[in-house]
Ligand binder design. Structure first.
Ligand SMILES: O=C(O)CCC(=O)C(=O)O
Ligand SMILES: [Fe+2]
Length: 877
């Protein structure tokens, strides 16, 4: 898992005899460059020069740079720019190498080149051995845990791994035109579960592990490792729970404010004897994400040192220097590298004199009844348990021009605080692809991309995971119950119970501190929210043809308004204790960080309750025109109005009434298409441009969606009444429904624009491409909001075609039931189709577009039938 350059440096260091004074990193780089990347030759040269003089100056890097023309010198400076303004730009590599140097060497140097050395060197601190867990916790972001596994399991696992290690490989990679190898053996394992969901794409991520090359699927955890892993997970989670510091980009699942750590992959190393070592490095973050927690189990070898050294940020180099901490790791110990360790420290297993053999405390299981002997061993086995995050799966990782996933590294030398620290994506192909990579380099947008990646996991949790999956069926159920209650108890009590219940459950949701309580209260809120479709029933009953266009448009206005202000309230008022400490830094708000937004939402619902109580009159059997004796035309069953008004219709009868079946099917299709569009639009926007998306950050997507909310509100308020008055409702409905396939079809065009306008060298987009992309997004979202108007028209059509006024509530309920039903599984369908297209589909990454377009076209069949039937009926009446 080590970074190629760092490991190479470490390899050289580990090849030097212990008697040689360890040279500086620059000196090793220098030797490597002179030896054209041959680690063994570099070590040899260093050893030879160390014996000649210990005053040797590291001239290689500087002299290597000197022949560059003046104009290029600035460009040849280290790839990491330090000013915030420049930080979003990719590094400028030395584009032309001196005549005598190969292009590969130039790139290599550009990557290796460190910041200019500080003028003064602060006092060097001698290495410090951290002899006990307390010292370790004080000096490093690590904790040490001794005797973690039952002794018998520790020995069993040790035997399994040493046996398996016979087939393991040395870590190999390309440098210039030759292959270099690390001395120790290494292997990779993936657990059969990722600990979170059934999504198996993380297994694929694990396959990229071997130095950027797609490898065979990794081995599954052997049973002993699985047993050990469960114990390790418990220790890690207990330890995480004790830590008060949480990092913004640290993994956080939906269960609460503390990260719940899972081990779903493991890298294992076998060091045969004291010479085999691994040099200072920090682990790649590609699939672990920022601030990972890594748990490293040591087995065998009586004691082996684990060294940690802080990377001092450049701006502090003058004032303090790094100290090396040595942590002796005994057999059966666990060192947990907590969040920020990979960002701040490098770690290594330095070479060590082979002084002792490990004598297992338990023998191998006796084979054929014969008791096996206790075999001493000079091996040390290390298993690093890691958690591949669901928001860092292949679909979200940018690919470089070589077509493989880029790797994520922290900018260790320019750390300030968590807010402005940076990570970057770079090409990793060079390590395997015969030394030929590309210059792909992209700063990870901490605020945007970080949130965006988190949003991916949120989407997963919301749409695929437990909470939403439970809430929607409850709404479907509640929908049916509501409509049974409507006719029995009347509209008013149902609305009051709904809004009142919503107020109470939302408040309780804000007060829940456990996952189960949150799910229960949210599910109950879903139960009470089902009555949203009772309102159209009331509107149908109190409005007539003269005012319904306005009433329904006005009613439709509030959904988008809710969509705008809901997330706003959540965003502005969650965690108020840390956000607005001057007002809310109270124990209560620290304990219930989501209470405030829930309270505000609950207050709105409570206001709704009061308004209903004071102003809403019962509307059951209160149709104004019918009350005045003038019959209103309902569907064909209304041919005998006076009889049918009084009679109750069965569900079967209602479904068999002309147009109603089509309205149910079409309502289902509408809800399926529109919900899928919302999910796919977000997934599309934040997937990387190379993977067919737009690489937008969460905040940008949020902006686009809230702008769309405003568009919807404006359309409802200003255009809808006129449209409804002027045009035939069935035709308007059909028009809206026909838009869906085109909306899906249009999305990939945005990617084509973004792709054409983005430089493969720098990853920057041209202003023309940005403008065109935004124009495209605006058009698509506007049209989508027009298509959303179909919801309002659907209700009017139900009103028009309900078999009779007494069946109106039941008919609306039936159609709403189908609308809710589609909403229950459309998000899952959309997400799965998207992930399938990105990962597995033989038809390519836009398979989801083809599927949704076809479904869109197919579903407009129902609205076409509605147009035809409505024409027939209007000729009859
Ligand atoms: O062997 C060890 O303890 C450390 C191994 C390591 O750092 C790695 O595999 O990345
Ligand atoms: Fe490591």
């Amino acid at each position: 898992m080590s970074d190629d350059t760092e490991t190479l440096i470490a390899l050289v260091a580990s090849l030097l005899p212990r008697s040689t004074e360890t040279p500086t990193q620059d000196a090793i780089l220098d030797a490597l460059v002179q030896a054209n990347g041959d680690a063994f030759a570099a070590a040899h040269n260093l050893q030879a020069s160390a014996s000649k003089t210990n005053k040797r100056k590291s001239v290689g890097l500087e002299s290597w740079l000197k022949p560059q023309p003046k104009s290029k010198r600035k460009a040849a400076e280290r790839p990491v720019t330090t000013t915030p303004a420049a930080s979003s730009r990719p590094p400028v590599f030395a584009s032309k190498a001196p005549a005598s140097t190969s292009e590969e060497s130039t790139k290599f140097m550009a990557v290796l080149r460190q910041a200019p050395s500080p003028k003064k060197n602060p006092l060097r601190l001698p290495p410090l051995t951290l002899a006990n867990p307390e010292m370790i916790a004080r000096h490093t972001p690590c904790t040490l845990h001794l005797s973690v596994l039952p002794p018998e399991l520790a020995c069993r696992l040790f035997y399994t791994m040493t046996d398996a290690s016979q087939a393991w490989k040395k870590n190999k990679w390309w440098l210039f035109d030759r292959v270099v190898e690390s001395p120790h053996l290494t292997s990779f394992f993936a657990r059969s579960t990722n600990g979170l969901d059934d999504d198996e794409t993380w297994q694929e991520a694990a396959q990229y592990w071997y130095n950027g090359r797609m490898t065979d699927p990794p081995a599954k955890f052997p049973p002993e490792m699985e047993e050990a892993c469960k114990i390790v997970e418990n220790i890690v989670n207990e330890e995480i729970a004790k830590r008060d510091r949480l990092f913004k980009l640290e993994w956080m699942d939906s269960k609460g404010s503390k990260p719940s750590w899972r081990a779903n992959v493991a890298a294992s190393n076998c060091y045969r004897g004291g010479k085999e070592s691994v040099g200072f490095h920090s682990d790649q973050l590609t699939y672990l994400g920022p601030y990972p927690t890594i748990a490293s189990l040591s087995l065998g070898k009586f004691i082996r040192n684990f060294s940690l050294r802080e990377v001092i940020p450049l701006d502090q180099k003058d004032v303090r220097s790094a100290q090396t901490f040595n942590i002796p790791l005994p057999h059966n110990s666990l060192i947990i590298m907590h969040a920020s360790c990979q960002e701040r420290f490098k770690h290594s297993i330095p070479p060590q004199a082979a002084i002792d053999l490990f004598r297992p405390t338990h023998p191998r299981a006796s084979i054929d009844g014969k008791d096996a002997v206790l075999e001493p061993s000079n091996c040390r086995i290390n298993i690093t348990f890691r958690f591949y995050r669901p928001d860092f799966r292949p679909a979200t990782i940018p690919r470089c021009r070589c077509g493989i996933p880029a790797i994520l590294r922290p900018d260790m030398k320019n750390r300030n605080d968590e807010e402005t620290d940076r990570y970057w994506w770079t090409c990793y192909a060079g390590a395997q692809n015969e030394g030929k990579g590309c210059d792909f380099w992209k700063v990870m947008d901490m605020k945007g991309e970080g949130e965006c990646l988190r949003m991916f996991s949120t989407i997963n949790n919301i749409f695929l995971g437990f909470p939403f999956g439970r809430v929607i069926p409850i709404m479907v159920f509640s929908e049916s119950v509501n409509f049974m209650l409507l006719d029995r108890f009347g509209r008013r009590p149902v609305v009051m119970v709904g809004v009142g219940g919503l107020a109470v459950t939302t408040l309780l949701f804000g007060l829940s501190t456990t996952f189960n309580a949150a799910i229960l209260t949210r599910a109950l809120a879903g139960l009470f929210s089902g009555n949203v479709s009772v309102i159209p029933t009331i509107l149908c009953e109190v409005m007539d043809e003269s005012n319904q266009a306005f009433a329904f448009s006005f009613f439709g206005l509030w959904w988008p308004v809710g969509v705008i202000i809901g997330p706003l309230l959540g965003g502005l008022f969650s965690k108020p204790a840390s956000r607005y400490p001057q007002y809310f830094d109270r124990e209560f708000f620290r304990t219930f960080p989501y209470f405030l937004p829930c309270f505000l939402v609950s207050s709105l619902a409570a206001l709704g309750f009061v308004i209903t109580l004071i102003f809403l009159k019962e509307t059951l059997n209160a149709n104004p025109k019918e009350a005045q004796g003038s019959p209103v035309h309902y569907g064909s069953l209304a041919n005998a109005p006076s009889a049918s008004v009084a009679r109750k219709h069965t569900t079967k009868e209602i479904l068999q009434a002309p147009v109603i079946g089509e309205l149910c099917a079409s309502g289902f299709a509408l809800s399926f298409m529109s919900t899928a569009f919302d999910v796919l639009f977000v997934l599309f926007c934040f997937s990387p441009i190379q993977s067919g998306g737009l690489a937008f950050s969460a905040s940008v997507i949020g902006f686009a969606l809230s702008a769309a909310g405003w568009i919807a509100a404006l359309l409802q308020a200003f255009f809808m009444p006129t449209i409804l008055r002027r045009f035939n409702h069935a035709s308007v409905y059909h028009f809206c429904m026909r838009l869906w396939p085109y909306l899906f079809l249009a999305l990939p065009i945005l990617n084509v624009i973004a792709r054409a306008g983005t430089s493969t060298e720098t990853g920057l987009s041209s202003s023309l491409a940005v403008t065109l992309t935004w124009v495209g997004i605006a058009l698509i979202l506007c049209l989508a909001r027009v298509a959303f108007l179909a919801y309002t028209v659907n209700v009017l059509l139900v009103k028009r075609f309900a078999p009779s006024s007494s069946a109106l509530g039941a008919t609306l309920g039936l159609v709403q039931f189908f609308i809710c039903l589609a909403r229950a599984f459309s998000p899952t369908f959309a997400s799965v189709t998207f992930v399938f297209s990105a990962e597995k589909s033989p038809l390519g990454r836009y398979t989801w577009v083809a599927i949704m377009t076809l479904l869109g076209w197919a579903s407009s069949y129902f609205s076409r039938t509605i147009v035809r039937e409505s024409l027939k009926l209007s000729m009859i009446h």
